[in-house]
Design a protein around this ligand. Structure first.
Ligand SMILES: C[S@@+](CC[C@H](N)C(=O)[O-])C[C@H]1O[C@@H](n2cnc3c(N)ncnc32)[C@H](O)[C@@H]1O
Length: 400
């Protein structure tokens, strides 16, 4: 058994055992799912001030310490999900031709440099999957002096990317194609190193599957947007994941991406208003219709929120074809919404503790799939979280 298979199996057992604490929809819950099974946890959550919640959301280590009192398995879950930084193969700030970073947003440039710095050099042509404007490809072409093929679906991006590469004199060729189309498999060849920086859900999975089928020498991907999949539920790749009891919905798969980023006061206030309005309207519609299921309402123009809760309810009711009677006590339902918002925040705090572990379950599934296909796999981070929270790389190369 490989180290990843061991870790995956232990993580799988614990995530399955603890699923009542993360596999649910906070919006749809009237009370904590553990209200009766774990009253001490519920009491502790209710005792937290909004500032406590905000502080703990920013400090995972402190959150785990606090939650471990009620969920003793949590430290082990986190230990299993802890991965090392990948060793640097080259410098993070190598000497590169001037002008290479023109038009590349600062954080993306840092990601691209960090990604390049941990890539082993096989001196093979590169295939850049879901390339966007080929920012990563630019650095690969300039640093390794090897040919890059950049596949991207959006024509405007391929045109912009090709034009920039030509101006910089880089050996890059853009291919405008749908990564899922059967013809796109023809750009994947055995004598290549395939890379994908932040290719969403099925896009990086399909790359791994095709690379394995073609016996391509090496592939390095940093996964993101695990929920962007074509099936309704997650389709496990590896044998251990196929035997897991976990069934992951798109809602579950969104979880790793919901790690909170530090938001300013204005953004926080806007979120409070919108979410509490939505929850207040939901409480009202449940009362009026007797229907206990959460009623989701489409995206709202932010300007409408400024008109107050009653106007929001009238708009939401019109969207859902619901008649609102006269004499509704809107202040009451607004208060209900605000109370629900505070509960939802505290449920999200508990789910927060499982975000990275669930991400690692998904990452280990991919790693095990590649191991089983005969690849030597390493999993680690390629940059720190402030550069991008999607900072995991799976590197696989054919065993010799
Ligand atoms: C999150 S972006 C990452 C882009 C680039 N790798 C980067 O890190 O800057 C994902 C890219 O995948 C492209 N994409 C989405 N669906 C695709 C498909 N079916 N085939 C090829 N590219 C696709 C998008 O247009 C987008 O440029």
């Amino acid at each position: 058994m490989s180290a990843y298979s061991d870790k995956f199996c232990q993580l799988d057992v614990l995530l399955t055992q603890e699923r009542a604490f993360w596999q649910f929809m906070p919006f749809a819950c009237h009370e904590y799912p553990w209200q009766h099974s774990h009253p001490a946890l519920s009491g502790w959550l209710d005792s937290l001030t909004d500032q406590d919640v905000a502080n703990l959301l920013q400090d995972t280590a402190a959150l785990i310490d606090e939650l471990a009192v009620f969920l003793p398995a949590l430290p082990e879950v986190h230990q299993l999900a802890d991965i090392p930084a990948l060793p640097l193969v080259s410098e993070v700030s190598p000497h590169l031709p001037r002008g290479l970073d023109v038009g590349i947003p600062g954080r993306k440039w840092q990601q691209v440099l960090a990604f390049n710095a941990v890539l082993p050099s096989h001196q093979l042509p590169w295939l850049e999957w879901c390339a966007g404007k080929g920012y990563l490809g630019r650095v690969l072409a300039a640093y390794h002096h090897t040919q890059v093929t950049s596949l991207e679906w959006q024509q405007s991006l391929t045109l912009a990317g090709q034009s920039a590469a030509d101006q910089l004199g880089l050996p890059m060729t853009f291919v405008q194609a749908d990564a899922f189309a059967p013809e796109s498999a023809s750009v994947i060849r055995p004598d290549q190193h395939a890379v994908a920086l932040h290719a969403c859900g099925d896009l990086h999975v399909s790359l791994l599957e095709r690379v394995a089928a073609k016996r391509t020498v090496a592939v390095s991907v940093s996964p993101c947007c695990y929920h962007l999949i074509r099936h309704d539920t997650y389709q496990p790749l590896s044998a251990p994941a196929k035997t897991s009891e976990l069934r992951l919905s798109k809602h579950d798969l969104r979880m790793p991406l919901q790690e909170t980023v530090t938001a300013g006061q204005r953004v926080k206030q806007q979120r409070f208003v919108e979410v509490s309005y939505r929850l207040g309207f939901d409480a009202l519609q449940k009362y009026l219709t007797g229907n206990d299921a959460y009623l989701s309402v489409p995206n709202v123009q932010k300007a409408l929120l400024k008109n107050g809760f009653a106007d929001f309810c009238r708009w939401a009711a019109a969207q859902k074809g619901l008649q609102l009677p006269q004499g509704i006590d809107y202040a009451h339902w607004q208060q209900q919404g605000e109370a629900c918002f505070r509960k939802v925040e505290r449920m999200e705090l508990v789910r927060q503790a499982f975000r990275r572990p669930l991400e690692m379950w998904l990452v280990f599934d991919r790693a095990l799939f590649m191991e089983n296909a005969g690849y030597q796999v390493s999993v680690g981070t390629f940059c720190d979280k402030p550069v991008t929270p999607r900072n995991i790389m799976i590197h696989a190369q054919l065993e010799k």
